[in-house]
Design a protein around this ligand. Structure first.
Ligand code: NAD
Ligand code: UDP
Length: 315
């Protein structure tokens, strides 16, 4: 059945892919964004559809809309962007999530919160399972994001227990793909953009820290499966367990872009997590979901997208 679906942060990287997929599935999609890190061009190709609309709105202000489902994605995700105005970031997570849960309660909508692997902080358990409570610095430079998302998770659980709101929580691990901003600041987009322009790749620390990267199409299919699953609040990890060091990633990007770029070692930012890898057995059991696009294939698609945009002179 066709539903009316609100996607907050719908003009951003992941949000725009979600808008596209849900529109292709025949739903009505309302994309809500304040355009901080999102861009109209990400959803420009959807504007011809009579089932698609965009609203410029900031989630820290309440809004009333009649919808069946809410994908609550609004929040800057790159450390560079979420640290730019840290007070605004925490307001977005806390007040924004209260407003969206209030909306869900009022109109009886199902709501899915995009939380993050950052709730595990610099994890002392490896790989990370949903049962792990995390190792988060509450007063550091990443706290506006990490603690903001932890409060957002608490809010979903409390609205669920207290007000019967049909809430769901996903914990997204590092995701990459087409449409990431050139100046997004996250590692995959930085490395690809630098390699394609023959600039040195900025490697923070000695590059031995690890991440596990998921291609955006895989992630979107997991997000939608979670939304459609009845009687399961989560939280559930969504990510690709293929772990590698950031240095290995730099070398892979240089090779795949056939770049002459060298590596430029920079200072490691404070509180940068040492290791990160999702345990996705819960997602596999409950949602029958596993990612199937490997890093080579995902990077190939992302590099092609970046090349095309650089040639067009667009971001
Ligand atoms: P993004 O920065 O590309 O997208 C975020 C979107 O939210 C942007 O369009 C931005 O303009 C919008 N936004 C920010 N603050 C807003 C506000 N106050 N009101 C309305 N809109 C606002 O980031 P993304 O990678 O697409 O991330 C989307 C969601 O997924 C975020 O909630 C993020 O925390 C979560 N997440 C992403 C990753 C990842 O690796 N990409 C990992 C973990 C969690
Ligand atoms: N990183 C890096 N060079 C960059 C950007 C990031 O070496 O230009 C490192 C960063 O220090 C971290 C990892 O890559 O260890 C992933 O960083 P990102 O900002 O993409 O995501 P997060 O730290 O939030 O997982």
């Amino acid at each position: 059945m066709s539903k009316r679906i609100l996607i907050t942060g719908g003009a951003g990287f992941i949000g725009s892919h979600l808008c596209e997929t849900l529109l292709n599935q025949g739903h009505e999609v309302v994309c809500l964004d304040n355009f901080f890190t999102g861009r109209k061009v990400n959803v420009k190709h959807l504007l011809d559809s009579s089932r698609f609309e965009i609203i410029r709105h900031d989630v820290i202000e309440p809004i009333l809309l009649e919808v069946h489902q809410i994908y609550h994605m609004a929040c800057p995700a790159s450390p560079v962007h979420y640290q730019f105005n840290s007070v605004k970031t925490i307001k977005t997570s806390v007040m924004g999530t209260i407003n969206m849960l209030g909306l869900a309660k009022r109109v009886g909508a199902r709501i899915l919160l995009a939380s993050t692997s950052e709730v595990y902080g610099d994890p002392l358990q490896h790989p990370q399972k949903e049962t792990y409570w995390g190792n988060v610095n509450p007063i550091g430079i990443r706290s506006c994001y990490d603690e903001g998302k932890r409060v957002a998770e608490t809010l979903v659980m409390d609205y669920h227990r207290q007000n019967n709101v049909d809430g769901k929580i996903i914990r997204i691990f590092n995701t990459y793909g087409p449409r990431m901003l050139f100046d997004d600041g996250r590692v995959v987009s930085n490395f690809i953009f630098q390699a394609l322009r023959g600039q040195p790749l900025t490697l923070y620390g000695d590059g031995s820290q690890t991440r596990s990267f998921c291609f955006v199409d895989d992630l979107v299919s997991g997000i939608i499966k979670m939304m459609e699953k009845d009687d399961f609040v989560g939280p559930v990890n969504l990510g690709n367990p293929n772990e590698l060091t950031v240095k290995d990633l730099a070398e892979k990007v240089i090779k795949m872009t056939e770049s002459s770029s060298k590596i430029d070692y920079k200072e490691l930012p404070k509180d940068d997590p040492t290791r990160r890898q999702p345990d996705i057995s819960l997602a596999t059991e409950k949602l029958s979901w596993t990612p199937n696009i490997d890093l080579e294939m995902g990077l190939k698609k992302t590099i092609l997208d970046f090349k095309r945009r650089i040639e067009l002179g667009s971001n």
